[in-house]
Design a protein around this ligand. Sequence first.
Ligand SMILES: [Zn+2]
Length: 391
Amino acid sequence: MHNITELPAWERLFKKIIWKQLGEIQGKTILDFGSGEGITADHFAKDNEVIAIEPDEDMLEHAWRDHTYRQIVGDVSALSEFADAAFDIVLCHNVLEYIDDKKSVVQELTRVLKPGGILSIAKHNRAGRIMQMAVLLDDFEKAHALLDGKNSTASKFGEIRYYEDEEIEEWVPKLDVEKTYGIRTFWDLQQNQEKHADEKWQEAMLELDMRVSQMEPFKKIAFFHHLIFKNNQREEIPAENPFMKEAIDEALEGIYNGHGGPFGCVIVKDGKIVGRGHNRVLAIIDSTAHGEISAIRDAEKSLGTHDLSGCELYTTGEPCPMCLNAILWANIEKVYYGCTISDNAKIGFRDEKFDQLSGGRDTFKDFLVCIDRKACQKLFAVYSNLEHEIY
Ligand SMILES: [Zn+2]
């Protein structure tokens, strides 16, 4: 069994920081591209399904394999065996600076990333490297060269071909930066190597480095940057009924923005949508902000009346008793829903409990019609796979 203390002190701190920034990850499919000696792949393989890709066979001879993960020997072309959207999380740490065609690598990594998935890129930071040359290595020539926009070299891997953080989004517009961190801001400024080896010193440095890792002035001079991107491409869910399709799209808007559960709703009058809404319970901290309530408010506002007679309502999940009563108060004439109350329960919602309190829903049999259940179940599955907060 390997222990992180086997690593050189600087590498240990680097890994600890990057793992902390990624947070607790469980039950995900992870690709580690440029996995090196597999230390990160092995770390996440404990609780996740991990596939690691590394071209350097010498490195693989020493790879850490305490937990089970699949190792592929290869480069970006090895990704062709994977379907689109195969991974929840893709890691690419200190790899791109050694590759010429960075753009097509990032495009390929995004292709295999699920909509809403996370791409974690660690990279050298030019300003940090200049600090290192000037302050630690007394190499003024290299410091000047770096300031002039020239490349640098790393002892182990050859030329470091710098690129800027902003370039990544230009290469792949469907990546949105979620977070940018600095890594190793102070560490190397301490030149006493005995201190580096001292566990207590390391812990204190880790705490301080984590504290400043999101503060702009410190980020600018950190030796490395850790960028976390989200794939903003969204799942397309076809539906048979065009109004249910609108309700599903409304729900997707909500779940990809973390507003609440997968509940979207449209209200239709004379074949036209007059109101729409999705669940915003988390977004506005309001337990009554269900999709149906939001859509009713929207429709009444746009029609200028509290009386929605002649309207029909389409909703991705069978309405809860609160919404059902609001629908009746608004004089809506028919409700089409996708997922059933039992589908709601499967993804963690408590409708059944409230139904029992209000005496069941058998009396509403003709009023409530189930359509497009399969499409809405797909929506619920998309929601279940996203990071989300249960309420
Ligand atoms: Zn409701």
